[in-house]
Design a protein around this ligand. Structure first.
Ligand code: ADP
Ligand code: MG
Length: 276
């Protein structure tokens, strides 16, 4: 079929996912698909099951019913060897960074290489330095400790570690939470650039309206245990379900929408390195 030939490649496919904790039903039948090389966000109120959904994608939680496929692998019947291989094809940036305080930034970034690749110390340092540059941290940061870094720099260092095995897929839990607006904007720009430069597929949880309007391609709105709608922010803003409209009300939302147009206009003037 001609249509199927042109259909985007699906890298994450969740079908009829049901998740319960005791008698508490968190997901009542989640369907969602993430396409290769897009930036996909999951939004929803506190306790709506966003983090659990992410954990189900990264092999940290198994749903009670339904199927989850990641990069073509069905997770329910995955072998230990296949799980180990799959884990090396994605990177995860957890909300609270997770860098080891007793290791330098460069040692932190190199850690997954030490664990999963047979490389010399010099080779590991050399790859780690390229990732430090990729997240736009100065070479001097390599020998600093996490406690010496600002919030934005910590996120960048954690991002470098998540990228060190050259993953196809990157998961971000609230990448701009707790940052000042300028650092948050820097992380937003970096995420967009990484997606374009490396053809990464990115799945993130975020509440940040600037990120949602300026960086994300498609958004899934989670409420009442199901996906209420999926689409660009512009498309969602026109949907009428109350569960979706709730996100587009209020002055902060309107300010973020207005700002988008200014940023989108100036972005067109910048040269893009992306062969997309
Ligand atoms: P969100 O990230 O959208 O705030 P979560 O996915 O963290 O929501 O949690 C969804 C619901 O599932 C919450 O009510 C939470 O208390 C519950 N929950 C999450 N993980 C567990 C767990 N390991 N045991 C019991 N309940 C859990
Ligand atoms: Mg959460």
């Amino acid at each position: 079929m001609a249509d199927a030939d042109r259909a985007p490649e699906i890298v994450i496919d969740m079908q009829q996912v049901v998740t319960r904790f005791g008698s508490h039903v968190v997901h009542k039948g989640i369907n969602l698909q993430v396409r290769r090389a897009e930036i996909f966000a999951v939004i929803g109120g506190s306790g709506s099951g966003k983090s659990t959904l992410l954990r189900e994608m990264i092999l940290l939680h198994t749903p009670n019913e339904g199927s989850v496929q990641v990069l073509g692998t069905t997770l329910a019947d995955i072998t230990a060897a296949a799980a180990l291989a799959l884990r090396q094809r994605f990177g995860v940036l957890f909300q609270h960074g997770g860098l080891f305080g007793s290791l330098t930034v460069l040692e932190n970034i190199g850690l997954p290489l030490r664990e999963h690749r047979k490389l010399s110390d010099a080779q590991i340092d050399s790859i780690a330095k390229t990732k430090l540059a990729a997240v736009q941290l100065h070479a001097d940061v390599a020998n600093q400790y996490p406690s010496e870094l600002s919030g934005g720099m910590l996120k960048r260092a954690a991002l470098a570690r998540a990228l060190v095995l050259d993953p196809e897929l990157l998961f971000l839990d609230e990448p701009t939470a707790g940052l000042d607006p300028q650092s948050a904007a820097g992380i937003d720009a970096l995420v967009r650039e990484l997606c374009e430069k490396f053809g990464l597929t990115i799945v993130m949880i975020t509440h940040d309206l600037d990120t949602l309007w300026q960086v994300v391609d498609r958004v899934a709105v989670l409420a009442d245990g199901t996906v209420q709608g999926v689409g660009s922010m512009a498309a969602l803003s026109k949907m009428e379900q109350p569960g979706i409209q709730a996100f587009f009300e209020g002055p902060r939302s309107r300010a973020a929408q207005t700002q988008t147009h200014a940023v989108a206009a100036s972005a067109h003037k910048e040269p893009s390195s992306k062969p997309k």
